[in-house]
Design a protein. Structure first.
Length: 512
C-alpha cells in the first residue's frame, strides 16, 4: 500500500500553476480595463451562472484566484471558459502534487522560508507575473510525476492485460471522464472484446488526473458490503484517515459517496455482469445483489468529483434518467484487420494473403479473444495456413469445443423469449427491418414482447443496429444455426415454442 499525502485536507483537488495564475490574472486585468468594472469573485461567479445553470460559488472562485486551496477541476474549467481562456495541460495540477513539486524544486537552493521562491503556495496574491515563470513551470511539472507516491490499489487487476487498437475508443472515454466529468462510465461488449484491457490502460493513463485509483474485480460476485468496506479501507489507508466503518450497508454507501466528494477518485468495477441475473431479461441484478444497482444510481445522480468505470457483457438497467449528462456508455466493436494482425504477430506460422486475413477477421467480427483461440487452432491443425482453415468452414463446421463453450456461457443466460427471437433472427443472413420481423412473428409473440426481447438482446451485445434494421451478432448467429442443425432436439426442449410454431419458423422465407 502506498503512502498518503501528509496533509490531504489542505492539498485536496486542483490548483492553478504559476503559468495558469499568470494567464488568469492577465485576463482579469484586461477585462477590468475594458469594462472599467472590478472583476471580483462574485462577478465572475455570476458570469458562470449565466452559462452554467448549476454555477459555482464565489468562494470557489476566490480559491481559484488565490491558488492555495484545491478545488474540483470542473470549477477551474468553468472560470476559464467564461473568461474566454483556453485551459492547457500545464495550467493546473493536483494541489498536493504541485506543492511537493514546488518544494522539491526549491529545496536545492536552500532559500529561507520567506523567499519569493515559495510565494506560489504561501502568498500567491503577490506573484511577480514575469515571462520567465513559464519556463520554470516546466521543471515543476516534470517533478509532479515523481514528487509523491501514487495512491492506487491494483491488487485485483489481472496480469497480462494487453490492448491492441482502441485508440479512438480510449480517446472518447478520456474525454468523457476528464473533460466532461462523467461520474459513471460503462464499457460494454461481448466476451473477449477487450473491455478489461481497455479499462486497465485507461485507468493507468489517467492516474495523474486522480488522487486515488482503486480496481475491484466482481468476477466471483462478492457481496456489495464486502466491496464497499474494502474500498473505504483502501481509500483511508491511502489518504491517511482513521475512521471506524459503520456496520450497515446504507451508511457505508453514504460514507463512500462522501469520500468521492472529498477526493477525486477513479474506481473500476471489472466483470460487472457477474452480479447480473441470467435466464430473464438482461440488466437486472441477481437476488441479493440489488444494492449494486442502487450504488450505480447514486454514483450517477449525486454530485461528486470522482468517476466509476464498469466493464460488463450486459448493460445494467439501474440508472436514473436524470443522470444522463454524467453517464456514458461505450459499446466495443471488433478490431480492424491491421490491429488483429498486430495482435497475432506472435503467431509466426500464421500465413495468409490480405484477402484471407480480411475474411478471417470478418468471420469472427474482429473479436480479439476469439481470434486468438482460432489462431492457435489454425496453427495446430492447418499448419498455419489461413486459406486451408477458411476452406474447412465451407463444410459447415464453424465452431470447435472451446469456442462453442465460450459462446454457450452467454447464450445460456437468455430468457425463453430471447431464445425464440435469437432462433428467428438466425434465419436472416442480411439485416432485417423491425417492422418485417414484427409481421412475421406476430403469431409467436405480441408487439410488447418483441420490443422487450429486442431491447434485452441489445443489452447483451447480441444485436447490431443499422437505422431501423437489426441483425444478430455474427458469432451468436453461427452458434445458433450450428447448434440448431446438430442438436435441434436439445434446443427445442429449452424453448417454449410448440411444434406448430416451429413449423412456421423453419418453413418461412430465410432471407431478408
Amino acid at each position: 500500500m502506498t503512502q498518503a499525502l501528509h496533509n490531504p485536507q489542505r492539498y485536496r483537488g486542483f490548483v492553478l500553476t504559476r503559468a495558469g495564475l499568470q494567464k488568469l490574472r492577465e485576463r482579469v486585468k484586461q477585462l477590468e480595463t475594458q469594462t472599467r468594472l472590478r472583476q471580483s469573485p462574485r462577478t465572475i461567479a455570476e458570469r458562470v451562472q449565466l452559462s452554467e445553470p448549476n454555477g459555482i460559488h464565489p468562494i470557489t472562485v476566490r480559491k481559484i484566484l488565490n491558488g492555495v486551496h484545491g478545488v474540483d477541476k470542473r470549477s477551474i474549467q468553468l472560470v476559464f471558459h467564461v473568461l474566454q481562456l483556453q485551459l492547457d495541460d500545464g495550467d493546473c495540477a493536483h494541489a498536493g502534487l504541485y506543492q511537493r513539486g514546488v518544494e522539491a524544486q526549491a529545496a536545492p537552493t536552500e532559500l529561507p522560508a520567506e523567499s519569493p521562491a515559495e510565494s506560489p503556495i504561501e502568498s500567491p496574491a503577490e506573484l511577480p507575473l514575469e515571462p520567465s515563470l513559464e519556463s520554470s513551470e516546466t521543471g515543476i511539472e516534470r517533478t509532479l510525476e515523481t514528487a509523491l507516491p501514487k495512491r492506487q490499489e491494483w491488487s485485483e487487476v489481472l496480469d497480462g492485460a494487453r490492448l491492441y487498437g482502441r485508440v479512438e475508443e480510449s480517446a472518447q472515454l478520456r474525454q468523457a471522464i476528464v473533460t466532461e466529468h462523467c461520474r459513471l462510465v460503462k464499457i460494454l461488449g461481448m466476451a473477449g472484446s477487450g473491455k478489461t484491457a481497455l479499462a486497465t490502460l485507461l485507468a493507468k493513463q489517467m492516474q495523474p488526473e486522480f488522487e486515488v485509483v482503486i480496481w475491484k474485480s466482481l468476477n466471483h460476485a462478492p457481496a456489495l458490503q464486502t466491496v464497499v468496506s474494502s474500498m473505504l479501507q483502501s481509500l483511508m489507508q491511502q489518504t491517511g484517515e482513521k475512521i471506524e466503518l459503520p456496520a450497515h450497508l446504507e451508511e457505508l454507501t453514504g460514507l463512500l459517496i462522501e469520500k468521492l466528494q472529498n477526493y477525486r477518485c477513479l474506481i473500476v468495477f471489472d466483470h460487472f455482469n457477474s452480479i447480473l441475473s441470467g435466464e430473464q431479461y438482461a440488466g437486472y441484478c441477481r437476488p441479493g445483489y440489488e444494492g449494486y444497482g442502487e450504488l450505480l444510481k447514486v454514483v450517477a445522480e449525486v454530485s461528486h468529483q470522482s468517476c466509476l468505470i464498469i466493464t460488463s457483457r450486459e448493460k445494467p438497467r439501474a440508472i436514473g434518467l436524470t443522470a444522463g449528462n454524467y453517464v456514458r456508455s461505450l459499446q466495443l466493436d471488433g478490431l480492424s484487420v491491421s490491429d488483429c494482425q498486430q495482435m497475432l504477430k506472435t503467431c509466426d506460422h500464421l500465413i495468409g494473403s490480405t484477402d484471407h486475413w480480411q475474411s478471417l477477421v470478418d468471420q469472427y467480427n474482429g473479436n480479439p479473444l476469439i481470434l486468438k483461440i482460432v489462431a492457435i487452432h489454425i496453427q495446430h491443425y492447418f499448419d498455419g495456413h489461413i486459406s486451408d482453415y477458411l476452406k474447412s468452414l465451407k463444410d459447415g463446421q464453424f465452431l470447435f469445443n472451446n469456442l462453442r463453450e465460450l459462446l454457450s456461457q452467454q447464450f445460456d443466460r437468455l430468457s425463453h423469449l430471447e431464445r425464440e427471437l435469437a432462433y428467428h433472427l438466425a434465419r436472416y443472413h442480411q439485416p432485417v427491418a423491425v417492422s418485417r420481423l414484427r409481421d412475421e412473428i406476430a403469431s409467436l409473440m405480441n408487439p410488447q414482447g418483441l420490443l422487450e426481447g429486442l431491447d434485452s438482446l441489445s443489452r447483451r451485445s447480441f444485436l447490431h443496429r443499422q437505422g431501423t434494421y437489426i441483425t444478430l451478432d455474427r458469432m451468436i448467429h453461427l452458434y445458433v444455426n450450428e447448434c440448431l442443425s446438430e442438436q435441434q432436439d436439445t434446443f427445442l426442449s429449452k424453448s417454449s415454442l410448440s411444434k406448430s410454431k416451429l413449423k412456421i419458423v423453419f418453413n418461412q422465407h430465410t432471407t431478408a
